[in-house]
Design a protein around this ligand. Structure first.
Ligand SMILES: [Cu+2]
Length: 403
């Protein structure tokens, strides 16, 4: 899943095509997942007893500001994490966390430098998933960081508020390195005034929720099964920010959950207990135009979504998943200052594309090719060539590169 989607796009009109292509890719992956993964080994978590462990919250990474530039340092190295197995589990993580990495909180208009040092004895990369950055700062499979080397990513934050994430994107080992623990959130904020009325105190009423399924050997080590292109693998145990069966104490008001599916193949179908409605406020690219009341939200690997849960009239509420039953128990603490509703009725002003403006349409068919996946029957050859499609618009001829 992670290895299949990188797009190199620079000009805004082609984002439409990118969106359509990614949509098709997601649909084809979902079909593949449904076809190949009928036996779900998910171990259900009882919802009628209290959750057992405090939810771990990744810390915020403070930048060093120099000449108006926000400098961040990430160090990927070996670590150990307590998944509440028989023994501590060997992991990899950023900045000496036991698992995952710190959250980067960036602002639109910032100039940002991130130095990533690889302390592993294997190659890695660090990719900013969802970030609108130049190719050389994107951390894709071409930006290999060798052991003991540091890679510098420098970019301007030009996109609107959104929840993004970072993870290795190294050829053939992306899924494995993410599974072992290498991933973190990147939150972007801007001056959206409607959004300023939403809960936004990180770790208090604005909670990161990184969903990952894992299997363990008897000695507590992670059991990894290689993702075979779209087939992927469903694991048995759900971890939220690395915590099994977690609860979190939050104010008795509106609470924002920043959901990330950081799993290899699993789809989550999330809902609230007692069919209580959740309010979706943002998807991959940022805030929706209007908040959306939902009974269930489905997120595929790599996806993010932001939801608001109203806890003003309950002591506790379970966030549920169709496979695992409970994902997280939300407990209210009346001593915490609550943001109260309503959620603003307008959150963003995204203009719809007028279909009559489309000059020419092209078909991109994502399908199985041999043992892997391809577009229009062809597969990308990493480091050698790309599918290239010329797009003619007026007098410009701009290639669209797809992998
Ligand atoms: Cu990604």
């Amino acid at each position: 899943m992670f290895d299949n989607k990188f797009l190199f796009l620079r000009r805004p009109p082609y984002r439409i095509i990118a969106a359509i292509s990614l949509g098709l890719l997601v649909v084809s992956c979902i079909v593949a997942v449904d076809t190949f993964l009928n036996d779900d080994p998910a171990v259900k978590i009882a919802t009628d007893v209290p959750a057992t462990h405090t939810l771990s919250i990744p810390p915020l990474l403070e930048p060093r500001i120099e000449d108006g530039i926000a400098h961040y340092q990430l160090d990927l190295g070996i670590s150990f994490h307590d998944f509440h197995q028989a023994q501590l589990t060997p992991t990899i993580a950023y900045n000496q966390e036991s698992l995952l990495g710190p959250t980067l909180h960036l602002y639109r208009g910032d100039r940002v430098v991130v130095d990533v040092t690889n302390h592993l004895d294997e190659d890695t990369t660090t990719h900013w998933h969802g970030a609108d950055v130049p190719a050389e700062a994107d951390g894709g499979a071409h930006s290999v960081i060798r052991p003991d080397e540091t890679w510098k990513a420098e970019f301007d934050v030009i996109q609107e508020a959104a929840t993004l994430w970072y993870h290795p994107h190294i050829k053939n080992h992306t899924a494995e390195q993410v599974y072992r623990g290498a991933a973190g959130l990147m939150i972007i904020d801007d001056d959206n005034t409607a959004a300023s009325q939403l809960p936004s105190t990180y770790g208090i009423d604005d909670i990161p929720i990184i969903l990952q399924d894992r299997d363990f050997a008897k000695n507590g080590e992670l059991d990894f099964t290689l993702s075979n292109y779209g087939k992927g693998y469903y694991y048995s145990h759900l971890m939220v920010n690395g915590t099994p069966n977690p609860y979190v104490e939050v104010p008795a008001g509106l609470v924002r959950l920043r959901l990330l599916n950081g799993s290899q193949a699993r789809l989550y179908k999330l809902s609230l207990e007692s069919s209580k409605k959740m309010i979706m406020i943002a998807s991959e690219g940022g805030y929706l135009n209007q908040p959306l009341e939902m009974e269930q939200i489905m997120i595929a690997p790599g996806d993010r979504a932001e939801i608001i849960v109203d806890l003003s009239d309950v002591d506790r509420l379970n966030l549920l998943d169709a496979s695992f039953s409970r994902v997280l128990e939300l407990r209210t603490d009346n001593t915490l200052t609550a943001v109260t509703g309503p959620v603003p009725s307008t959150l963003n002003t995204i203009e719809r594309i007028d279909p009559s403006e489309i000059d020419q349409s092209r078909d991109f068919v994502f399908d199985k090719v041999g043992e892997g996946w391809g577009i229009n029957g062809q597969q990308m050859k990493l480091m050698s060539n790309f599918h290239e499609v010329s797009l003619l618009r007026g007098k410009q001829k701009t290639p669209l590169l797809l992998s």
